[in-house]
Design a binder for this molecule. Structure first.
Ligand code: 3H9
Length: 686
């Protein structure tokens, strides 16, 4: 039974039981509506407690229903029915009351919660606004400022803060339902507060809306929903309840069918699917109680910080006292920075640092569960580290390499128990970037792979399983992006025009600005190694720039010139001369923003299709997650594979053919053509 009613004296307890997260599917809406009617008609009932079974209160509307025609009863009608019920409803919240779930709670006359609960309206993260009165009732309860903050960012509020803000009437420390029933009894003799629909909205100070619009639009960049959510709260403050509800509903329905909402829904389901590769279903990961990081450079320090953030004690291994000092200083800088920005307190920062033991003695790793190597990207150096780890760690310890380009199979060659080894590719800064490419070798056991995914969850990362190839998923596509960017220069575009076009598309930075920031020398080093292996690398202009020591911002110039102490990229005559010197092979043409974006994006998708064909990625949506969480691809575009599908794979294939005729790209690969025929890459979308 999805909805259960139980009587505790004059209090009825209505329990929603719709695993996994009690989403408001049609059955739940119907069941709650019938319960509301039945309880109104039952003279023995004086108040109702609404609670949920399982791990959470109602986590929202059923997102899986959004692509389908709406089915009655509608959620706004259900919320109104509860709000207008003859007897008061008390929402008893544990876990998360989110979206439609919080809207149902706002329809209740009271809300009580356990301290670990959270409440929020995260709809903007799905490209929509609340559609069941959230933007209209919340300002009546919390004030306009808090409501704007919550609906435009989508950030949930912990129960303690929500209690202080007046969103929660009482915190229940012991058993929730018992406490909620006592609370419901305690209100029976008191006059009831007005339902939220009958309360006014306090007028905000002069200039509030203009300032809010500036803030929200700067933060949202090109996402539509946050500004629309702001408009809904403003309408709630400036008009009557019914008109504001109608405006919110219309906005919700329009956005629900928008390309941005479809893209964000795709990412929502993709993120959840990525955490569970089908072949790991039912496997129990190994326990991770402690971790070690080998190498305290930028990457190693970031990984150590991420492990500490997850509460694990960490041993940091470096080769000498000087390197130990530098490694600890790198980690300290991360936590001090977090404390300075107010993300953590100074006490927490100090506790995180003291949780790291630094040593150069591998014997200290004798009892560590999980070890991550993050030393210099050189096969011999890494192999040497693993030989020492194999001698020092327990035989059931897991050993991981954080390599970006080397072959994990070759790194593992000298390990005595290769089945406990895997690749974990973090992205810099490792304590911030959400992506973690998880790369099993042929020998890695399913249990060890499952533990890699479990570690990702502990670190709050998005894990994507990747097969072994040059650059795994992300850097393999990055190589194509960079080659395309150079082809554009060889055929008449400028670095400024290419970067501007990609920013206009929604990337935080264009490909040349990004290379100048990261440094051109790293990719040059990798090209050298690849060429030594006999691989071809197309980077004629970048090669020339490195030859004249233009490595990017760090050397005062790369693709652009920089004034000392100023990161503003300025077009460079020296670079223009290098481009002119190389630009013989390709015909020149005029490029506009859309054509530039196509020339970069569709070859990325073509490579994505090859990555699917050779099994380097399990799903197209995994490729989307890699580009979103590792490379700043705009989330609201859904990732390159989703974006290509949304634009039409026939059009993508046709553009690739046209570019190929001009020598500007590879023609569409078989997998892309097959997907175009079938109408899409196989998807996890519901
Ligand atoms: C909304 O409410 C609109 C209204 O304003 C208006 C309507 C008229 N629907 O995240 P997990 C599935 S918009 C369907 O791994 P956790 C999820 O796919 C909604 N399915 O668990 C996964 O399935 P599977 C506003 C959902 O414990 C499983 O549940 N609400 C929904 O780490 C477990 O999910 C939100 O945006 C859903 N709403 O985290 C809240 N939510 O096992 C979205 C989850 O098959 N949800 N699933 O892969 C969350 O933030 C997290 O799920 C939550 C639990 C924090 C609740």
């Amino acid at each position: 039974m999805t909805i259960k009613i139980e009587h505790r004296g004059e209090i009825a307890v209505v329990t929603v039981d719709n695993p996994p997260v009690n989403a408001l599917s049609q059955v739940v809406r119907q069941g709650l509506l019938e319960a509301a009617k039945a309880l109104d008609a039952d003279p023995s009932v004086k108040a109702i407690v609404l609670t949920c079974a399982g791990r959470t209160f109602i986590a929202g509307a059923d997102v899986g229903e959004f692509g389908k025609p709406p089915m009655p009863p509608q959620l706004p009608d259900l919320v109104s029915r509860i709000e207008r019920a003859a007897k008061p409803w008390v929402a008893a919240i544990h876990g998360s009351a989110l979206g439609g779930g919080f809207e149902v709670a706002l329809g209740c006359r009271f809300r009580v919660a356990v301290p670990s609960a959270s409440v929020g309206l995260p709809e903007v993260r799905l490209g929509i606004v609340p559609g069941a009165g959230g933007t209209v009732r919340l300002p009546r309860l919390a004030g306009v400022e808090s409501a704007v903050d919550m609906v435009t960012t989508g950030t949930p509020l912990g129960a303690r803060k929500a209690h202080v803000a007046g969103l929660i009437d009482s915190l229940i420390e012991d058993d929730l339902v018992t406490g909620a029933v006592s609370f419901a009894r305690s209100i029976l003799d008191r006059p009831l507060p007005d339902a939220l629909c009958d309360r006014p909205v306090a007028v905000p100070p002069v200039g509030f809306w203009e300032a809010a619009e500036r803030t929200v639009s700067a933060r949202a960049k090109r996402e539509e929903a946050p500004l629309k959510a702001l408009a809904c709260v403003r309408r709630a403050a400036e008009t009557d309840f019914a008109a504001a509800i109608a405006f919110e509903r219309e906005t919700f329905l329009t956005l629900r069918g928008s390309p941005q909402a479809a893209a964000l829904r795709h990412v929502f389901f993709a993120e959840r699917a990525a955490t569970r590769p089908p072949e790991l279903a039912g496997l129990t990961p190994c326990m991770i109680r402690s971790a070690a990081v080998i190498g305290g450079g930028t990457m190693g320090a970031g990984i150590a910080a991420a492990l500490r953030d997850a509460g694990l004690p960490v041993i940091l291994v470096e080769r000498d006292d000087g390197a130990i000092e530098r490694g600890l200083a790198n980690v300290r800088a991360i936590f001090d920075g977090a404390a300075k920005r107010g993300r953590i307190s100074a006490d927490v920062a100090a506790e995180r640092i003291t949780g790291i033991t630094a040593t150069r003695d591998y014997a200290a790793l004798a009892d560590v569960d999980f070890t991550i190597e993050a030393v210099f990207e050189d096969l011999d150096v890494k192999r040497d580290v693993f030989a020492r780890l194999a001698d020092s760690c327990r035989e059931d310890a897991i050993l991981a390499t954080n390599t970006s380009y080397l072959d994990p199979e070759r790194i593992a060659e000298r390990i005595r128990w290769p089945e406990r080894f895997l690749g974990l590719h973090f992205f810099s800064p490792a304590h911030v970037m959400k992506l973690l490419e998880i790369v099993p070798t042929k020998a890695t056991t399913p249990e060890v792979l499952a533990t890699g995914f479990s570690l990702a969850r502990m670190l709050n990362k998005i894990p994507v399983r990747a097969g072994i190839c040059d650059g795994f998923i992300g850097n393999r596509i990055l190589k194509i992006t960079r080659a395309q960017a150079e082809r554009l220069l060889l055929s008449g575009a400028t670095p400024t025009a290419v970067d501007a076009a990609m920013r206009a598309f929604g990337l935080p930075m264009g490909p040349f600005e990004a290379q100048d920031l990261g440094g051109l020398d790293i990719a040059a080093f990798q090209r050298k190694a690849a060429r030594a292996r006999g691989e071809a690398c197309f980077a004629p202009i970048a090669d020339r720039l490195c030859a004249i020591e233009r490595y990017g911002q760090k050397s005062g110039g790369g693709w652009y010139d920089y004034e000392p102490g100023d990161r503003t990229p300025r077009p460079s005559e020296a670079v223009a001369a290098v481009i002119a010197g190389e630009a013989k092979a390709l015909p020149r043409r005029d490029w506009n923003e859309n054509a530039i974006a196509d020339c970069i994006l569709w070859p990325m998708v073509n490579e994505g299709a090859r990555i699917l064909a050779d099994g380097t990625a399990l799903r197209p949506s995994d490729i989307d997650l890699v580009k979103i969480h590792g490379y700043g691809f705009p989330r609201w575009r859904g990732g390159p594979m989703h974006h290509a599908e949304a634009q039409g794979l026939d059009t993508v294939a046709e553009t690739l053919r046209a570019l190929a005729r001009e020598g500007l790209a590879e023609p569409p690969c078989d997998r892309l053509l097959e997907a175009a025929r079938r109408g899409g890459f196989s998807e996890v979308r519901r």
